[in-house]
Design a protein around this ligand. Structure first.
Ligand code: ADP
Ligand code: MG
Length: 392
């Protein structure tokens, strides 16, 4: 993630003649702009013009976007100007200025999903309140304002205790674990203190983490992708196994929970629902993302309709595509940084360390492409950040 925001807009055309009297505009703060780039890629296939607003001159989506407007999404006036050129505005990350979106909606701008959805999702605590009010099973949670309330939560929920930032959290930035009452203060300071807005969750002793991409069209038609298993490393999604190796009962339960959760939100698009499978066979909702998601990257190659195409179809009001897998199973590895590439080359390809050349990337790509059916999406990420580790 660059932390930079992007806005995207799209419009369908056929040899210069519009075939859909609508433009799609998306506000994208992407994983290194990759979600935006992937959205633009599939849009170009359907001659849908995607316009991107991003402060970076050479943002990843810029090469494939119909138009790239250089500008900041943090600047309400810039977004408003941009939105006026759009038919449909869609967000690609929840950490956006929702007040501007609400204002734009009141002025008649077509936001999909709705600003109300973004408002709920972008505050994890509000998200938990919303889903618990809609009968979704989730880990117990409680807002904390000071050490006393945090200690009370520890007494109620036990340890380890998951402390989370309400806002601006991603890839585990925004989570800290307290293993005991004594550790509360240090975990809270890692997160920037109580003033940042924190809440706690009871530890979910999960057997597996599952995710479901749910698509909802403008006609409220809902369609679920196969349930996948996600394996995180340093809080970043590292491996996705599709479909998840769980019983059909668990798959059905996870899909039901996901579908019900998405039904309680407003607007069209794809939504990713992360959940925990507990040892006693319960599905507890972790969080929902109102956009394409890294647990759905595999859909590009493995499903009849990719999550990106589905998102465009949904927000444009086109018929939703078939989310079924076209291969029996797929796996996605997310490799971050040279160290991980080296590790992969050494352990997966079993090459000797002496054989590791300077360009790990080229070696890796060359080897991976020798595998029939393997595809590479090279993010070309300028900087690779080290993640702080936490573990129990
Ligand atoms: P992010 O926004 O960074 O994805 P999440 O809230 O999804 O944050 O948490 C990241 C990871 O932390 C989860 O995928 C899961 O592995 C772990 N986690 C989150 N909440 C809990 C919990 N209540 N109990 C146990 N593990 C948790
Ligand atoms: Mg998550």
């Amino acid at each position: 993630r660059t932390g930079k925001k992007q806005v995207t807009s799209c419009q369908a055309s056929n040899n210069g003649h519009e075939i859909i009297p609508r433009e799609v505009h998306g506000i994208c703060d992407t994983i290194v702009g990759v979600l935006g780039r992937m959205l633009c890629q599939v849009a170009s296939q359907m001659a849908i013009k995607v316009m991107v607003l991003d402060p970076l001159e050479n943002c990843p989506a810029s090469a494939v976007a119909y138009k790239h407007v250089v500008g900041s999404f943090d600047d309400g006036a810039t977004v408003e100007d941009f939105a006026k050129r759009c038919g449909v505005l869609t967000v690609e990350i929840e950490h956006v200025d929702v007040a501007t979106l609400e204002k734009l909606e009141q002025q008649g701008v077509d936001c999909q999903p709705k600003a109300s959805t973004i408002r709920i999702i972008q505050d994890k605590y509000l998200q938990k309140v919303h889903f618990s009010q809609h009968g979704t099973p989730l880990p117990d949670f409680m807002q904390i304002d000071d050490l006393d309330s945090a200690k009370r939560a520890g007494e109620l929920f036990g340890y380890p205790l998951m402390i989370k930032s309400r806002r601006l959290a991603y890839d585990g930035h925004g989570n800290a674990v307290a293993h005991s009452e004594e550790e509360i203060s240090s975990s809270v300071s890692v997160l920037g203190g109580y003033d940042r807005g924190l809440y706690v969750e009871k530890w979910a002793p999960f057997k597996k983490e599952l995710a479901v991409i749910v698509a909802r069209g403008r006609d409220n038609n809902i369609s679920c992708y196969p349930v996948v298993e996600t394996i995180h490393k340093d809080n970043i999604c590292h491996i996705v196994k599709a479909p998840a190796d769980v019983s059909w009962k668990i798959r059905r339960l996870a899909a039901d929970v996901a579908q019900k959760a998405v039904s309680s939100l407003e607007g069209a698009g794809v939504f990713a629902v992360e959940s925990f499978l507990t040892k006693d066979g319960q599905i507890l909702l972790n969080e929902v993302a109102p956009r394409p998601h890294n647990s759905g990257h595999h859909t590009i190659e493995s499903c009849l309709t990719s999550q990106y195409e589905q998102h465009l179809r949904a927000v444009l009001g086109l018929p939703l595509g078939d989310p079924s897998m076209k291969v029996p199973a797929a796996i996605m590895y997310n490799l971050l940084g040279e160290e991980e590439l080296a590790f992969f080359l050494l352990s997966f390809y079993r090459i000797n360390s002496g054989e590791l050349g300077f360009s790990l990337a080229h070696q890796f790509i060359g080897r991976a492409l020798n595998i029939s059916g393997a595809s590479i999406h090279w993010y070309d990420k300028p900087e690779m950040r080290k993640q702080p580790r936490w573990a129990i």
